[in-house]
Design a protein around this ligand. Structure first.
Ligand SMILES: NC(=O)c1ccc[n+]([C@@H]2O[C@H](COP(=O)([O-])OP(=O)(O)OC[C@H]3O[C@@H](n4cnc5c(N)ncnc54)[C@H](OP(=O)(O)O)[C@@H]3O)[C@@H](O)[C@H]2O)c1
Length: 256
């Protein structure tokens, strides 16, 4: 299987890194010359990565085509390319939906929308895909956890949750700075906080079939420190603010 990437930016780099360090069986990855710097670094690092001369060359030579350009560039270049009906097109472009893309592609190729995040480079994290597709699910299961979604309207809600990356890292940064302010070395506090949250996330994933309330309950003892911190944050409206922030982002996405 030959994999082609139209647009060699941040998410293409992360995905290709994940693919080239995974157990996925593939012949080669062909990337577009832009971004030149990222394309050359990928070629240097992974022997199966090659750089095409044009976007059309990628479509002509590959079986699966990943669309990894920004929406504006996509709207401009995608309708001008010639696709084949035997191809699978994986669309990462957040604002171009499946019906819009079908109009650009014209032939009856398989079109699947996917929403990976930068930790795909580490082969971690969820990848919502729409519509459900067994082969595509199997592929992304090598790069994290594929989640099949049949209704494209629901896709927007997952997209909304991806806005929580920076707020999450800000929590890590705030707590790490708090620890450093007590006189500890920044490198040590950052190591401690990131590893603490990573361990808690792993535990939450391992227990994700259970109600998350159980984890909340089990991590508190009556009158203990966790109970104190949780109650204080609830009283301050911290968790209600998360709902508000999510609704605010969703409102914007629904206008697109
Ligand atoms: N970043 C994420 O976490 C993430 C997650 C999920 C989905 N997405 C989606 O993935 C898409 C790409 O995001 P990104 O963050 O990777 O953006 P990005 O880093 O800006 O990458 C876009 C790439 O497209 C290249 N490009 C521009 N014009 C081109 C053309 N005519 N032909 C081929 N390539 C061209 C750019 O090259 P130059 O640098 O030379 O201009 C750039 O390297 C977006 O639609 C975004 O919504 C991103």
């Amino acid at each position: 299987m030959k994999l082609g990437f139209i647009g060699t930016g941040q998410i293409a780099k992360a995905t290709i890194t994940g693919i080239c360090t995974s157990k996925i069986s593939f012949q080669k990855v062909l990337v577009s010359p832009r971004n030149r710097n990222i394309a050359q670094k990928l070629k240097k690092r992974f022997r199966k990565v090659n750089i095409a001369k044009t976007n059309q060359e990628i479509i002509d030579k590959c079986d699966w085509i990943f669309l990894t350009v920004t929406p504006k560039v996509g709207e401009k270049i995608l309708p001008k390319l010639n696709y084949r009906s035997s191809q699978t097109i994986i669309n990462f472009i957040s604002t171009i939906g499946n019906s819009q893309l079908k109009r650009y592609v014209k032939v009856k190729a398989k079109i699947v929308r996917a929403l990976p995040l930068p930790p795909i480079a580490l082969r971690k994290g969820p990848v919502p895909i729409c519509p459900a597709n067994k082969k595509v699910k199997r592929f992304f299961d090598h790069l994290g956890t594929a989640v099949e979604i049949s209704d494209e309207k629901l896709f927007t809600n997952f997209w909304c949750m991806t806005a929580m990356m920076a707020p999450y890292y800000e929590i890590l940064n705030t707590l790490s700075k708090w620890l450093s302010s007590k006189g500890l070395k920044k490198t040590d506090t950052q190591k401690y906080i990131t590893s603490l949250f990573s361990a808690m996330s792993d535990d939450a994933v391992a227990n994700s079939k259970e109600d998350l309330k159980i984890l909340i309950k089990n991590s508190q003892t009556p009158g203990g420190l966790n109970e104190q911190a949780l109650n204080k944050l609830r009283k301050l409206g911290f968790y209600k603010l998360l709902d508000k922030a999510a609704n605010n982002v969703l409102k914007r996405l629904k206008k697109k």
